[in-house]
Structures are given as structure tokens and as C-alpha cells.
Design a protein around this ligand. Structure first.
Ligand code: GLN
Length: 203
């Protein structure tokens, strides 16, 4: 077991308990000493070794993050290399441009997204995805999912649906259009949040 790590789940709105459960499952499966904290106010993010930014409603999440002074703390943490897993609305909030004035994005992922792009045709769907870094397909649940329609040069596309990016990595941030927190499969939590911490602990 490595030394203890604190992982924060941004908890202003959205699928908070599902991310907490996913991180705790991943911690138990890998025998890691992890404390999970829910973040609703400023002052907590700087003490976290990794962060999850859940799905939910991106307009609400971004508004509350700025109102509470959490937004700039996340930006500073990512600049310092803190691993982040951002899912669905979390991806929208993390992006550079949500193509929607109601979302005040953080710009920690160099991508432009189209909110609810899949949702115009179909509200939700599931797909088995090949994800770079995972040995077997990941069963992905999409709910009113955003589409990544432009990525910057430093962004790796790690999974696609019909040729469109649905999982991307930009430095320490892994962002998905789908909801890994809604399935029992914790491999994306491990990939995004645990693997970088292990590297740090061994460095
Ligand atoms: N489409 C929603 C939004 O714009 C995100 C949906 C989700 O997180 N399931 O915030």
C-alpha cells in the first residue's frame, strides 16, 4: 500500500455519491489508502491529491464553482499537475469552450464541446468502447452527452464513438462524454486518478 491520498469529488451538484463510491471501490480493489472528500466550498481543492468533476448540469455546476471560489482553485491545481477525472457535465465545465454562454468554462481541457449533441437524436445510449490504456472494452453509459468537436494539439483522444471523441486526455485531466461513475467498472477512475498518484509516490 502506498501512503494515504486525499481525493476530492466536486459536490456542488450532480452525480456525487456515484463518484465517491467509484473511488472507494477502486481504492479497495487496489488496496490503497484513500480518503474521499466532497467539495462544496473553497479551501479544500488545494489539499486534494486528485479531483473528480461529476456529471450533472453544467450551467449549474459552473455557476456554483465560480460563486464559491472553487473554480480558480481547480485551475491552479490542474496547472500544478493534479490528476482530474471530469465526466459528462464535468467535461463541459472543464473545457475551453462549451459553445454556450450560460456555461462559464474552466479551460483546463483544450477542447470545444457541443452540449447535448448526441441528445438531439437520442437521449441516452450505451456502447462498449475501446479506451486507450485499458485492455478490454469499457461499457459506457451516455446520458444527454456532450460531443467533443474540436481538440487542441496537446490533447489525446483515447476513445471515440462513430469517429467522434468521447474520452480525451489533456495533461493531468481525463475527460469523458459518458459516465464511468454509473457502472461498477472502476477502471477509468483508476486510470485517471490512481495511476498518476502511484507514479508520483514511486518517483
Ligand atoms: N447535457 C448536460 C449538461 O449540459 C450534461 C448531462 C450529464 O451530465 N448527464 O450539463
Amino acid at each position: 500500500m502506498t501512503g494515504g491520498h486525499r481525493i476530492g469529488v466536486v459536490a456542488v451538484q450532480g452525480n456525487v455519491s456515484e463518484h465517491v463510491a467509484g473511488i472507494e471501490r477502486a481504492a479497495a480493489a487496489t488496496d490503497r489508502d484513500v480518503e474521499v472528500v466532497e467539495i462544496r466550498e473553497s479551501g479544500v481543492v488545494p489539499d486534494c491529491d486528485a479531483l473528480a468533476l461529476p456529471g450533472g448540469e453544467s450551467t449549474t455546476i459552473s455557476r456554483l464553482l465560480h460563486a464559491e471560489g472553487i473554480a480558480e482553485e481547480i485551475v491552479a491545481s490542474v496547472a500544478a499537475g493534479t490528476p482530474v477525472l471530469a465526466t459528462c457535465a464535468g467535461l463541459i465545465v472543464a473545457s475551453r469552450d462549451a459553445r454556450d454562454d450560460r456555461v462559464d468554462t474552466l479551460g483546463v481541457v483544450d477542447a470545444a464541446v457541443d452540449r447535448n449533441a448526441f441528445g438531439r437524436q437520442v437521449d441516452s445510449f450505451e456502447a462498449d468502447l475501446d479506451v486507450e490504456g485499458l485492455d478490454d472494452p469499457f461499457h459506457a453509459v451516455f446520458i444527454r452527452a456532450p460531443v467533443v468537436d474540436e481538440v487542441g494539439p496537446g490533447v489525446d483522444v483515447i476513445a471515440t464513438v462513430e469517429g467522434r471523441p468521447v474520452a480525451i486526455r489533456d495533461g493531468p485531466v481525463v475527460a469523458t462524454s459518458f459516465h464511468p461513475e454509473l457502472t461498477a467498472d472502476d477502471r477509468l477512475h483508476r486510470l485517471a486518478l490512481f495511476d498518476p498518484l502511484r507514479t508520483g509516490a514511486e518517483a
